[in-house]
Design a binder for this molecule. Structure first.
Ligand SMILES: Cc1ncc(COP(=O)(O)O)c(C=O)c1O
Length: 475
């Protein structure tokens, strides 16, 4: 007799599976009606959820009820049309189905031996990305848990390609995402060997400053080996002068990595493509399909011009994996990163593109950019609002400044209070940042559900809350 306790009967599997699908469909259908964000303190949640692991199993229906009532509601609705904070995410239904399917089939995508079909799908998806980036036919990559993991793989690959130099220095924009510095730390690069290069008014790396920093380090006996550019910074969506950076990296013999976790897929937009000229010359690029390619978390990607260098940095060939060697055309994706056991992420992207078509994905990106442009115009024509950085991609940074009576020294505090009030009301989720020492409100538009009206109403609320708080009227 087998122990049946952990095996559900097929009818119960169907019933509970349909219940989960119903819950998700219901959530999607009513997303707009709920708050964009809801959180709760530990004091609130612990009595509901904390307790010892039960010795005996419990009713699945009751458990799903608990999850749907006491767990899931207390989270950002990141795919809500007015979730404009950080970098939002809004996966397609096809990509969610693919996640469920791949979990149910429990695909192990570390080696070709154990997942030939899934590995072929990953090869295909990576080849799409390669072509979109403009990399040569030899280019490829690996899907990762996200942009942070991809940046780490890039830095380690660059370090290994440079022969792991003792006094190696790395050059990033002062606007680079925190994951780049963290990756450098994990890769054993001392913080004092990381150079934050200054940016211009539009938050883009100043090439002359980069050149000067490299020259200074060479003169001091350091070993520059890596330049990191941005195709869409997290703060403002800025795109660095990627062709200039490519030129500098090439002349200096440095690895050139572009963090395009946020903005990379905007290269599909014919108007954005020229702004990303030079990206195709990079040695590696971080992409994050769980951001602007409409995939569920965790779907990230590192693309490299030469996968041999990626594999050289990560490949270990233990005896117990000797059966997995199918020859060079059969990629063992475990050789391209730190995961041996990997989930089958590529199916999400593949199914999404097959189901809706590339044109729909491209149009969704272009539409978000246009909506952000509309928000920027709204800000420009509203005297109480002030643009703090020009719109770039789907990001707009601005603040409330009122009718001019609020002293500069009080604007940060006032904008923080506006931010808190809007978020706590649940109407929209926003996140603030700091730009040249000033607190900035910020919209990042990405979701296919977001409308011009959503943005206009959020801006109107900001002005109305601001007027009430600064005493100039409004509600
Ligand atoms: C430019 C950039 N790089 C890297 C990351 C990190 O990506 P992830 O959160 O997927 O690890 C982000 C996340 O927002 C980002 O905006």
């Amino acid at each position: 007799m087998t122990d049946q306790r952990m095996l559900e009967d097929p009818e119960e599997m169907r019933r509970s599976g349909y219940e989960v699908v119903d819950a998700i469909v219901e959530r999607w259908a009513n997303l707009r009606d709920g708050p964009a964000w809801r959180g709760a303190t530990r004091d609130h949640l612990e009595p509901l959820l904390h307790g010892p692991a039960p010795e005996e199993g419990r009713d699945l229906k009751d458990l799903l009820d608990t999850i749907l009532t006491d767990v899931m509601p207390f989270a950002g609705r990141i795919d809500h049309p007015r979730f404009l904070a950080f970098i939002p995410s809004s996966p397609t239904w096809a990509s969610v189905l693919a996640s469920f399917l791949t979990a149910g089939y429990n695909i192990f995508q570390g080696t070709w031996l154990e997942s030939s079909g899934p590995s072929q799908i990953e090869v295909t998806v990576l080849d799409w990305f390669r072509e979109w980036l403009g990399y040569p036919a030899s280019g490829s990559g690996v899907l990762t848990s996200g942009g942070s993991a991809a940046n780490l793989l890039a830095i380690v690959t660059a370090r290994e390609a440079a022969g792991n130099p003792g006094r190696g220095t790395v050059y990033l924009s002062e606007q680079a995402h925190g994951s780049v510095a963290r990756a450098a730390r994990v890769a054993g690069i001392d913080p004092e060997r990381i150079r934050l290069v200054e940016t211009d008014e539009a938050c883009r790396i100043v090439p002359a400053s980069l050149r000067a920093a490299i020259a200074r380090d060479r003169a001091a006996g350091m070993h520059p080996f890596l330049v990191v550019g941005n195709a869409g910074t997290t703060n403002t969506g800025a795109i660095d002068p990627l062709a200039d950076l490519a030129e500098i990296a090439s002349r200096e013999g440095l690895w050139y990595h572009v963090d395009a976790a946020y903005g990379g897929f905007a290269i599909l937009d014919p108007e954005i493509r020229p702004l990303m000229r030079g990206l195709e010359r990079s040695d590696s690029t971080t992409l994050d399909p769980h951001k602007w390619f409409f995939q569920p978390y965790e779907t990230g990607c590192l693309m490299v011009r030469d996968p041999v260098l990626l594999e050289r940095a990560f490949r270990i060939a233990p005896d117990y994996l000797q059966d997995a060697a199918w020859g060079p055309r059969h990629v063992n994706f475990c050789d391209r990163g730190i995961q041996l056991t990997r989930i089958f992420r590529a199916l999400r992207v593949w199914l999404s593109v097959q189901r809706y078509g590339l044109a729909a994905h491209r149009a969704a990106i272009s539409r978000a950019i246009a909506l952000a442009g509309g928000a920027e115009s709204h800000i420009r024509r509203t005297p109480e609002l002030e643009l703090l950085a020009p719109q770039s991609l789907g990001i707009v940074c601005f603040r409330y400044r009122g009718g001019g009576a609020v002293p500069e020294g009080e604007l940060d505090g006032l904008n923080q209070r506006i931010q808190d009030e809007i978020v706590n009301s649940g109407f929209a989720m926003m996140s603030s940042t700091r730009l040249r020492g000033r607190l900035s409100l910020r919209f990042c538009v990405l979701n296919v559900r977001t409308t011009a009206e959503d943005l206009a109403r959020t801006l109107e609320r900001i002005v109305s809350v601001g007027r009430r708080l600064d005493g100039s009227g409004g509600g």
